[in-house]
Design a protein around this ligand. Structure first.
Ligand SMILES: [Zn+2]
Length: 217
């Protein structure tokens, strides 16, 4: 029994640390908020190996930059961007260059293309971590996700169908409890049925992502 060890949330390797879910960098420090409120209360963590600790990669930063560039996020998200994220970006010009290289104009406003493959990898990790934090067991299998926030910012005719889907999700989750100790930054809901589990994530109130865990084991 002495060989027993705690496994990483993503793989079978031995966990050597903890991964915050969602990443801690999303939660503003008290000193960066006008209200001085503590929004880092009881952050969720899962055991993680070295490889799957995303704080060692730039993916957290990228995700945070995508989130805080979205129109409609709350005041906490905006203040977080204006303080900590700008400060961090100024020390890391490569991330600004990434956005600048991909900037495009939509309806006279500057926008940028989201690196969807990069986001895909990040969200898969986030989904597995949140599943473990919530259910206290590991998810084995694929995760599908719907970036509701991307539907919000584009509204050409082709996306009308997607907007309808989002409205359907709104009514589906209408009466389900919200989890999270720092709801202005992050909260989530869980809807379980016989065949699948859905989790709806809210970042800074208005940036929503739907996770779908098919074929419940
Ligand atoms: Zn791992």
């Amino acid at each position: 029994m002495s060989s027993a060890y705690i496994k990483c949330y993503m793989c079978d390797a031995k966990a050597v640390g903890k991964e915050h879910v969602p990443p801690r960098c999303l939660f503003p420090k008290r000193r960066d908020l006008a209200s001085g409120e503590d929004l880092r209360k009881e952050l969720l963590t899962v055991p993680s190996c070295n490889l799957h600790n995303s704080e060692k990669s730039g993916d957290d930063e990228y995700f945070l930059n995508v989130l805080t560039s979205i129109v409609g996020i709350n005041e906490v998200g905006r203040q977080h961007y204006n303080k900590q994220i700008r400060r961090r970006n100024s020390k890391n010009p490569s991330i600004i260059r990434r956005f600048a290289d991909r900037s495009i104009e939509i309806n006279g406003q500057l926008a940028f293309e989201v690196e969807i493959e990069r986001l895909d990898v990040f969200i898969e990790h986030l989904a597995c971590a949140l599943y473990m934090a919530h259910f206290k067991s590991k998810w084995h299998g694929d995760v599908e996700w719907l970036p509701e926030f991307l539907v919000q910012i584009q509204s050409t005719h082709e996306e009308q169908e997607e907007i309808k889907i989002v409205k359907g999700i709104d009514s589906e989750f209408n009466k389900i409890a919200l989890h999270g100790m720092n709801k202005e930054v992050f909260m989530y809901q869980v809807a379980e049925s016989d065949k699948l589990i859905k989790m709806r994530l809210y970042f800074y109130d208005n940036c929503k992502i739907l996770l779908i865990f098919p074929n419940k084991i």
